[in-house]
Design a protein around this ligand. Structure first.
Ligand SMILES: NC(=O)c1ccc[n+]([C@@H]2O[C@H](COP(=O)([O-])OP(=O)(O)OC[C@H]3O[C@@H](n4cnc5c(N)ncnc54)[C@H](O)[C@@H]3O)[C@@H](O)[C@H]2O)c1
Length: 269
């Protein structure tokens, strides 16, 4: 698939995976609108890429996301690719994580995707041209992890709502394809503020340190990761899993556990 001249909107584009997607999209000749709540970083990214407009947007703000969609269709004419990518981490014991952090996780990781769908899908349907929505979940959307239940719960939600969305768009014959992106470890800023300023148990600090080390050692760089994402889009893939080794063994174990009705046992890795 030749992406030259196509158009894309990417949320969470100022850092990590979104930044990698922006660079790869620009490299493939895509005209871009980048959105992020970090205005300064976003503007710096956009100014370094050709044919790219920065629209600072908080994806939890439905009015702002509607305005983003208005400006995107005005500026680009149509939106061929929508990446609902912005997301945040939250760690700690489920009952100890501050309500504000729980709310933020739900608002960004699920609400942000929903706001994107509410604002863009009607316009994409009206445009009537082939397009694709890529929602970023995580391998963590297929297997929960202790000490990050807001993340697990919200990423499970993205997996579920994305599949339902695909069914609905097929049902009405809309020319909009859907992909579920499930990254494994990718080097990014996602663990820069995983506690949201709340007091934490030592077990959580240790857990976060281990994950940070794992991402630093085994994490993929955002650029090759993004190249794999665009190759999958070119193939028309629904499941975009650039690191199957981070998903498949876990998925197999989990499905066996549920089919066998055995207890969740996180000591098994
Ligand atoms: N890095 C990984 O290992 C990994 C693994 C699985 C899934 N993911 C998912 O990939 C996506 C991108 O994460 P990342 O790792 O690149 O993290 P990141 O922190 O480097 O980038 C996330 C970007 O989203 C922006 N953002 C956060 N809240 C926002 C909001 N309310 N409105 C607009 N922008 C907002 C941040 O400012 C940041 O620029 C997330 O959905 C994350 O859950 C990441």
């Amino acid at each position: 698939m030749n992406f030259a001249g196509k158009t894309a909107v990417i949320t969470g584009a100022a850092s990590g995976i979104g930044l990698g997607l922006a660079h790869e999209a620009a490299h493939r000749g895509i005209r871009l609108i980048l959105a992020d709540r970090d205005e300064a970083a976003l503007k710096e990214v956009a100014s370094s890429l050709p044919d790219t407009l920065a629209i600072p947007t908080d994806v939890t703000d439905s009015v702002a996301v509607q305005a983003l969609a208005d400006r995107a269709f005005d500026h680009l004419g149509t939106v061929d690719l929508l990446f609902n990518n912005a997301g945040i981490m939250a760690t700690g014991f489920t009952w100890e994580i501050e309500p504000a952090r729980w709310d933020a996780s739900l608002a960004v990781n699920v609400g942000g995707v929903l706001n994107g769908l509410r604002a863009f899908v009607p316009r994409m349907i009206a445009a009537g041209t082939p397009s694709r929505i890529v929602n970023t979940a995580s391998v963590g959307g297929f297997g929960p992890s202790p000490l990050m239940s807001p993340y697990s719960a919200t990423k499970f939600a993205v997996v579920a709502l994305t599949e339902a969305l695909k069914g609905e768009l097929d049902m009405i014959g809309a020319p909009i394809a859907v992909s579920l992106l499930a990254p494994g470890p990718v080097r990014s800023a996602i663990f820069d503020d995983p506690f949201g300023g709340t007091a934490i148990h030592p077990a959580t600090t240790q857990f976060v340190d281990t994950l940070r080390d794992m991402i630093a050692t085994h994490g993929m760089d955002p650029q090759p990761f993004a190249a794999a994402v665009f190759d999958a889009i070119a193939r028309g893939d629904y499941w975009i899993v650039p690191q199957p080794e981070a998903l498949d063994p876990m998925l197999e174990r989990r499905h066996r556990m549920i089919m066998d009705r055995t207890q969740p046992d996180f000591s098994l890795g």
